[in-house]
Design a protein around this ligand. Structure first.
Ligand SMILES: Nc1ncnc2c1ncn2[C@@H]1O[C@H](COP(=O)(O)OP(=O)(O)O)[C@@H](O)[C@H]1O
Ligand SMILES: [Mg+2]
Length: 243
């Protein structure tokens, strides 16, 4: 079943077509990898889909309901949320407080918010840091916190913007395993923007390639990454290399 459907989405910034007629569908329980060079429009596309920006044209449907142009909190309530490439937790709070705020923002009852937050923190492997101040957390823990904040609303669809960026290879593997478990055990549908091709190859059921705001191609990871146009866009990087 198609859970997320994006049709002909477009957004210009002062004449620059950041996202230009982008369409794709995501099947429930699947993982879609989104790749493309810097400036391709990946983050802008997430902003349009998750409601941070209103598209100039196009439509977004979640679970058969149109959510185009809805505010982010409404889209979260409808079952879809995202992480930010540039993380912005409340640095003055602890990890538990940060996730509790996110749980409450997701519309949960006050009474159970801390409990739910603690569960989500355990889910992402942050127990060790639960009561630590957010300021001064290592990058790997901050990335997990960003995941926890997004998971706080119990989304059906999670949009991940470069969650592996800034992690050393040894830190990436457990995060990839966590993402796989979110899909298999929690049934979360994932759309993830990622530069690290080994992660794209490992996690994605299908891959969407953006370039200059447009869909360059899409399909199975093995096919897409053999496309000469994709290889050209990633000069010097062998998408089939092992992590
Ligand atoms: N708020 C904005 N105002 C003006 N230009 C923007 C804005 N956000 C993104 N852009 C431009 O849109 C293009 C796509 O950016 P972005 O979506 O961040 O790409 P990606 O995430 O693929 O690197 C870039 O040329 C970028 O400079
Ligand atoms: Mg980006």
């Amino acid at each position: 079943m198609t859970l997320l459907r994006v049709e002909n989405l477009a957004k210009s910034f002062k004449g620059l077509r950041a996202v230009d007629d982008v369409s794709f569908e995501v099947t429930e329980g699947s993982i879609l990898g989104v790749i493309g060079p810097n400036g391709a429009g990946k983050t802008t596309m997430f902003n349009l889909v998750a409601g941070a920006l209103r598209p100039d044209t196009g439509r977004v449907h979640l679970g058969g309901k149109e959510i185009t142009g809805h505010a982010p909190h409404r889209i979260t309530a409808a079952g879809m949320t995202r992480t930010f490439q540039l993380m912005r937790p409340f640095y003055s709070m602890t990890v538990l407080e940060n996730v509790t705020v996110a749980v409450l923002a997701g519309g949960a009852a006050k009474r159970t918010a801390r409990e739910t937050a603690a569960e989500v923190i355990a889910r992402v492997g942050l127990d060790k840091w639960r009561d630590a101040p957010t300021e001064g957390l290592p990058t790997a823990a901050l990335k997990r916190l960003e995941l926890a904040r997004a998971l706080a609303s119990k989304p059906r669809v999670l949009l991940l913007d470069e969650v592996l960026a800034g992690l050393v290879p040894a830190e990436r593997t457990p995060v990839m395993e966590l993402l796989e478990r979110l899909r298999t055990e929690d049934g979360v549908t994932l759309v993830f923007v990622e530069h690290i091709m080994a992660a794209v190859m490992r996690l994605s059921d299908s891959v969407l390639v953006l370039d200059l705001g447009r869909v360059l191609t899409s399909g199975a990871p093995e096919e897409v990454t053999r496309d000469p146009r994709v290889i050209e866009a990633y000069l010097g990087e062998d998408p089939h290399a092992k992590a």
